[in-house]
Ligand binder design. Structure first.
Ligand code: AMP
Length: 468
């Protein structure tokens, strides 16, 4: 199946041809005709599946055939949870719309508002925005929603995780009721279903890959190594295997900086991207990595979400994540759009439990390797995937007066720590301390547009292949 058979117009096909896309991905096959026909769409599709093009291509085509945009107005609004994702989506729009006379723009927090107000003055056909800054601009009369024909909620689950729900409701109340709505989310959780109740009209539902699985095209394996030798092993692997573009995950910001220093002292050019770095520094590091002027980009989990690098060949887990799901997000940075990728974990003896949790989640045991010269003094015990215990039959309820006090009673009515409910407040700095991912994510709200987010949960392979 080709893009032309999906009903896309010549200027868009020409742009796609130049970019080098030949075959639509599964989500594009389903979403493009539906969006072109004006239908609402609700898609469970993660980063890496080609979801951005699945909504931007038909959106641009519809806008190209419509009315002129008035000053300060917009005709389509794409909401994203983070500024990095916003920038990437707008870059895609500009690339796909290269041969169309449409104006696009991007607005996000953490930078001066004036240039964004200036950009909006003449009107913009497609605006990509993070929720907080969009509301600020609306409050200053810089943006008007009366001409909005299409709303896209990108990575809706992440927006909810990050506590944007109130802002989203405010924005929804400002938009025209007659519009097309497209919603993309890694999962269709009950929170997402609550949000979408009444928001979408007879949506086409699309689901392209099951959650908690890695792309089939990603080869995964682990090196057993002592903790103290991890950085030396990493430098050795990068050089001996001639890896040119490696994304490395650490757990902490200090750990990321330390590792960059160590790699550079070993002669491997590296840069770090994490919550302590300014937007400018992060953009610069990412640009250098994309341009292959640095070989290794060291990132913390939160900072890495939403990074889109074409054909990223290797992802290294320098330290295993404390939250097993983050492993799947991490390795979702490679093996995108069907390309081959490698996900390699450097595992030391005290990470056995983390490894076991990951293997349980992805339902496979990672192949273990030992690199000559780095044989661990402390053997990493083989983990057994945790057994999923069958649910115990429910005990009959005790009569009321004998029951234990509930959490709320015990805590004087306050919400208990670790409860599922997103909590408010917190700073971007908290983000890289992953004591509990859900907790951290909920802490990052608006001010936290700074921190990228994306779920990438594509598919697992049962028998891990390994690289010799
Ligand atoms: P996304 O899921 O939108 O983040 O896209 C993941 C990556 O796949 C991006 O680098 C896109 O440029 C790329 N991509 C999207 N659609 C296609 C396609 N049809 N063929 C090849 N690459 C694609």
């Amino acid at each position: 199946m080709s893009f032309s058979s999906l009903g896309l117009s010549e200027p868009i096909l020409r742009a796609l041809d130049e970019i080098g896309y030949t075959t639509p991905t599964p989500v594009q096959l389903e979403a493009i005709p539906a969006v072109l026909s004006g239908r609402d769409v609700m898609a469970a599709a993660q980063t890496g599946t080609g979801k951005t093009a699945s909504f931007t291509l038909p959106l641009l085509q519809r806008l190209a055939g419509g009315t002129r945009v008035k000053g300060n107005h917009i005709r389509a609004l794409v909401l994203t949870p983070t500024r990095e994702l916003a920038v990437q989506v707008e870059q895609s729009i500009a690339a796909y719309g290269k041969y169309l006379a449409l104006k696009s723009g991007v607005v996000f927090g953490g930078v001066k508002i004036n240039p964004q107000m200036m950009r909006l003055r003449g009107g913009v056909d497609v605006l990509v925005a993070t929720p907080g800054r969009l509301l600020d601009l609306f409050g200053q009369n810089a943006v008007k929603f009366l001409q909005v024909e299409t709303l896209v909620l990108d990575e809706a689950d992440r927006m909810l995780d990050m506590g944007f729900i109130a802002d989203i409701h405010k924005i929804l109340a400002l938009l025209p009721k007659r519009r097309q709505t497209l919603l993309f989310s890694a999962t269709f959780s009950s929170d997402i279903r609550t949000l979408t109740g009444g928001l979408l009209k007879d949506p086409l539902q699309i689901e392209v890959s099951p959650p908690n699985s890695a792309a089939k095209s990603v080869k995964q394996w682990a090196y057993e190594v002592d903790k103290s030798k991890k950085s030396a092993l990493l430098s050795h692997l990068v050089r001996s295997k001639d890896w040119q573009q490696v994304l490395v995950f650490t757990r902490t910001r200090n750990g990321a900086d330390r590792l960059v220093r160590k790699l550079e002292s070993d002669g491997v050019l590296a840069a770090a991207i994490h919550g302590d770095k300014s937007q400018k520094e992060r953009t610069r590091a990412l640009a250098a990595f994309k341009a292959n002027t640095v070989r290794v980009l060291v990132a913390t989990d939160i900072a890495a979400r939403g990074i889109d690098i074409n054909e990223l060949p290797q992802v290294i887990n320098f330290a295993l994540p404390k939250v097993a799901e983050d492993y799947v997000h991490r390795i979702g940075r490679t093996g995108r759009a069907g390309l081959e990728g490698e996900a390699i974990s450097l595992v030391c003896a005290d990470e056995v439990k983390l490894l076991s949790a990951i293997e349980t989640l992805i339902r496979q045991t990672l192949v273990r390797e030992v690199e000559p010269g780095f044989i661990p003094a402390h053997k990493v015990p083989l983990t057994r995937q945790m057994k999923v215990r069958p649910k115990k039959p429910k005990k009959p309820k005790k009569p009321k007066q004998e029951r234990e006090p509930c959490d709320a009673q015990r805590t004087g009515g306050k919400q208990k720590r670790g409860s599922d409910k997103p909590r408010r407040g917190g700073t971007p700095q908290d983000a890289d301390k992953p004591k509990r991912a859900a907790d951290s994510r909920a802490k990052q709200r608006r001010a936290n547009d700074a921190v990228p987010a994306t779920k990438g949960l594509p598919l697992k392979s049962k028998s891990p292949a390994r690289k010799k």
